[in-house]
Design a binder for this molecule. Sequence first.
Ligand code: PAF
Length: 276
Amino acid sequence: MDVVRSRAELHHALAALPRPLGLVPTMGWLHAGHRSLIARARDECGAVAVSIFVNPRQFDDPADLAKYPRGEARDLALCADAGADLVWVPSVDDVYPPGFDTSVTVDRLTLPLEGAARPGHFAGVSTVVAILFAVVRPDRAYFGEKDGQQLRVIDRMARDLGITEVVRCPTVRERDGLALSSRNVHLGADDRAAAPVIHRALLAGRAAWASGERDAAVIRGRVGDVLATEPRADVEYISCADDATLAELERIEGPAMLSLAVRFGATRLIDNIRLG
Ligand code: PAF
């Protein structure tokens, strides 16, 4: 496995790789969710590249950026073990060369949910992913469904610009249902024990939908009722939105995304589940 840093090293290494090329973009502190993305790319592509870059432009809070977990040695070990051919670990200047003055924004899809809660976040995400796609030029890129709105925003951008195919991959969960996330490391023992209520709440919403309930307010209510059983859970939003547009629904008449953001102490977790 090659580990490269500058764009020049990257281009040299890319030239030697067979196609199709799969890219797994990451911010490091890799876990079994990332491993599953690399494994899927390994199955479907001739070569697999991983990028590891904690993107400052997608953090709306400098304190959140400062405490984002980092661990290059363990990340590289996981990449090698999972079968990556190439890992790009750029510096901020490699990604945003001096004088950089471009922003890529997706409009309507970024207005609700995480876009409303974290101003500027999605412009940071779509700009860095556009750069990764432009520099690495992968045929396919692999993203997890856990960040449901991010996945839809990146897919929209890639379709609108006619670049890289975006591959949606299932959320990987702990045995107790907690979705894997680099942020889980910040949960103290009590909050970690409480956090699986998120998945139980989403499952309760889905069970109501599966038994025929189509009133989105009732579904959101069921999710809220389960979250309310856990005093450590500080609910930011519960959404039942159209799966494609993310517009909030009154009645569920087609595929929908049931999603939420919940704080446990200082740690903010998001998760979602698909209805239909
Ligand atoms: O999901 C992430 O890890 C990041 O948002 C991404 C897509 C790598 C962009 O920095």
